[in-house]
Structures are given as C-alpha cells and as structure tokens.
Design a protein around this ligand. Structure first.
Ligand code: NAD
Length: 360
C-alpha cells in the first residue's frame, strides 16, 4: 500500500516519541512492502513560535489531504500564560472539529509483564484487564456556548453542555460496533438523574441499542462509574460516554493499567479516517532527555494500521514486538521498578524494531 500520513510531532516529548513510531513504521514498510509518505506539519506551541498560530491553516489542509494523522503531543509551560483560545492545546480542539473526529477510542489494556504497575489489588485485575472507552469528541460542553457575564453584581462564567440526537447516535453506533467485535457489552455513562442532555443521551442510546440485540447494554451515572473503575474494572468491555465524562474516565481507566506511557488512542471520523496519538501529554518535565516511553505512540500506529488501513498482520506484529520487548524485561523509566535497569527512548525503539524482524 502507498499511504500518505500527516505527522504532527508537537512539543515536549512529542518529537522524541514520534521519531520512534516512524522508525517502527519504516521497518513495517520494508518488511511488508508498503510505502509511507510523511507530510510533516506544525501544531501546538512550536507552531505558535514559528507562525504565531497554534493550528496553521496549512496543517488542517495537509491533514485533510492525508490518509491518516499521527500526533505526538502539544503544550508546555512556555505557553501556559497564553489566553485560553491561543494556547497550544487549542490546536487539538481545532483539529478534532476541522477533521470531524467525533469518536475517541481509548483502550486501557494491562500488559501481563506490567501487572506489578497496576495500583489496584491483585484480585481486582487477576487474569488481565482490557476495556475501551469510547468518548464523544466534537460536542458537549467543550464545544458549547461559553462566556462571562455579571450576575447579581458578581462576575460569572458559563459553559453549555449540549448534544443533539445525531451526535449521540453516531457515537453510540461506534460503541456498539466495537462491542460486537469484543465481548458484546456496552456501559453507557451519563448523569441522567440531573442533566437534561444526559436524559436525551440515555434515551438515544436505548434506541440505538435496538439495532444491536446481541450487545448487552447497561447505564451508569458518572459518579458511580468513577468509583466502579477502581472497584471492579473487569465488569467493563466498552464504556460509552460524552466528551467531558470521557476525558476524565479515560484518564482514570488508563491509570488502572499502571502507565500513561503505554496507552494509545484513536480519534475517528466517518470512513475510518483517524488521528492517532498517545494518551499522554507533552511531559515537559522529561523532554529532551531520551527517557520518555515511546510505546504508546508506537501502539497508536498499530491501531492506525488496523483501523484505518485494515493492515491486521502489520498491526499484530507491532503489538507482539512491544509485548516481547516487555516480556524480555526491557523497561523505560516510567514502567521500571526501583533499581531495575532502564532503557532509553531511542534504544527501546531499536529493540522493538529488531523484534519486528523476529516476529514476522
Ligand atoms: P503529561 O501526560 O504530559 O505528563 C504527566 C506525567 O506523566 C509526567 O510526570 C510525565 O513525565 C509522565 N509521562 C507522560 N508521558 C510519558 C511517557 N511517554 N513516558 C514517560 N513518562 C511520561 O500530562 P501533564 O503534565 O498534565 O501535561 C503536560 C503538557 O501536556 C500540558 O501542557 C498539557 O496541556 C499537555 N497535554 C497535551 C495532550 C495532547 O497533546 N494530547 C494531552 C494531555 C496534556
């Protein structure tokens, strides 16, 4: 296959982890006879520094023309004092909206070799953990009307949570389709006891579920779900939720697996076009030291090959190479136990690359 990829390296550790992911994609290309063309574009802090804007128009155009997008991470203390609409992170919201990336898929998988890193009691995660959060990404409170006003003489601020039936239906379908390929269970998370938008969410999800009689559906309030994820995470297969609740719950679910540096994500539009990125941020505290874990970004590329390009063997090979690297005892700093030998970003990329050849 000849594939055009937009690459946004971003800020902090973004360029370091993206470099390792590209190293792996290049090796996959040579092993399986594909060609990946990389179109490098700017977004985030580095784009502000070079162009004055966090999301230049050329970046959006290039992403739209590409077959998929790979993103490192954006943001950092250098730009923290910028006003909200001008911060690097605004580039993410802009990309999601411009590319219509309405479905954020975040698997939280615990690797056997890293079960020690799980902060929960062993009996709660015995036999492994494999759940996925499906988060609505282009609607809800992050995109609703917002502003300031004076109420009773005091400054007040508001952010409106609004969803329409179409937005809820399409993300619900994404969750049910995914559940059909997994353990056929969807837990829809809302706050229908308080919020009108959640009541529409719940009734719409119930309607969509009629088209998926093989999938078991249950509903949880978000406060209960936040508790259940640490109390009994194995009850979940697919968690379906809104933009705000998904932001919080997916971070919580990822922490249950033990390392933020291991988890990939995809943000999908219609037709399986997607942007693929690690769930972590730009980690400015460790940037430029060759100690960041590149595995989340590498696994995001495996997700991309499987989801957007249907290259199943290639995706499986990358995932097996990561698993073998962990099983062989190699650890980056974030997943190493005290006094365990630590392998650097580039070196772990090289080891994964050499494992691809062994596993093909
Ligand atoms: P973070 O995910 O960048 O870092 C949290 C902690 O995890 C830090 O201690 C960091 O060193 C560690 N960490 C993260 N990724 C790691 C990796 N691959 N290997 C080893 N350790 C890793 O979150 P934060 O500190 O809250 O945010 C830092 C910046 O990133 C902020 O500007 C924030 O807005 C931005 N951010 C960007 C994205 C994105 O681009 N998608 C997501 C979240 C945060």
């Amino acid at each position: 296959m000849n594939i055009n990829l937009a690459v946004i390296r971003g800020d902090g550790i973004g360029p370091e982890v993206t470099a390792e992911a590209i190293k792996i994609l290049d090796e996959i290309a040579s092993l399986y006879n594909h060609k990946f063309n990389y179109n490098e574009v700017l977004a985030g802090g580095v784009a502000i520094d070079e162009t004055g804007e966090c999301l230049p128009e050329i970046t959006v155009k290039t992403c739209k023309r590409s077959d998929a997008v790979i993103l490192g991470a954006v943001g950092g203390p250098k730009w923290d004092d910028f006003p909200g609409s001008k911060r690097p992170e605004q580039a993410l919201l802009g990309l999601r909206k411009a590319l219509n990336l309405y479905a954020n898929i975040r698997p939280a998988i615990m690797f056997d070799a890293l079960s020690d890193a799980c902060p929960l009691k062993e009996e709660l995660v015995k036999g492994g953990l494999n759940l996925v959060v499906v988060r609505e990404l282009t609607g809800g409170i992050y995109f609703g009307e917002k502003g300031r006003k004076i109420v009773d003489g005091y400054e007040a601020a508001y952010d409106v949570e609004e969803y329409n039936v179409m937005e809820i239906e399409r993300i619900a379908k994404t969750a049910f389709e995914l559940a059909m390929k997994r353990n056929k269970k969807v837990t829809s998370v809302d706050k229908a006891n308080v919020l009108e938008s959640s009541r529409l969410w719940r009734s719409t999800v119930n309607n969509v579920s009629k088209d998926y009689p093989k999938v078991e559906l249950n509903h949880q309030y978000v406060d209960n779900a936040a508790m259940q994820i640490v109390r009994n995470p194995k009850q979940y297969d697919v968690i379906l939720t809104s933009n705000l609740f998904g932001d919080i719950l997916s971070d919580e679910a990822s922490q249950v697996t033990g390392s933020i540096g291991m988890l990939p994500s995809s943000s999908l539009s219609k037709g399986n076009f997607g942007m693929y990125e690690p769930i972590h941020g730009s980690a400015p505290d460790i940037a430029g030291q060759n100690i960041a874990n590149p595995m989340a970004t590498i696994l995001s590329c495996a997700m991309m090959l499987r989801t957007t390009f249907n290259l199943i063997k290639e995706a499986d090979t990358i995932e097996s190479a990561v698993t073998k690297t962990l099983n062989d005892g190699y650890r980056t700093m974030d997943i190493a136990k005290p006094r365990e030998k630590v392998t650097g970003t580039k070196e772990i990329g090289d080891i994964i690359k050499s494992n691809l050849k062994i596993l093909i």
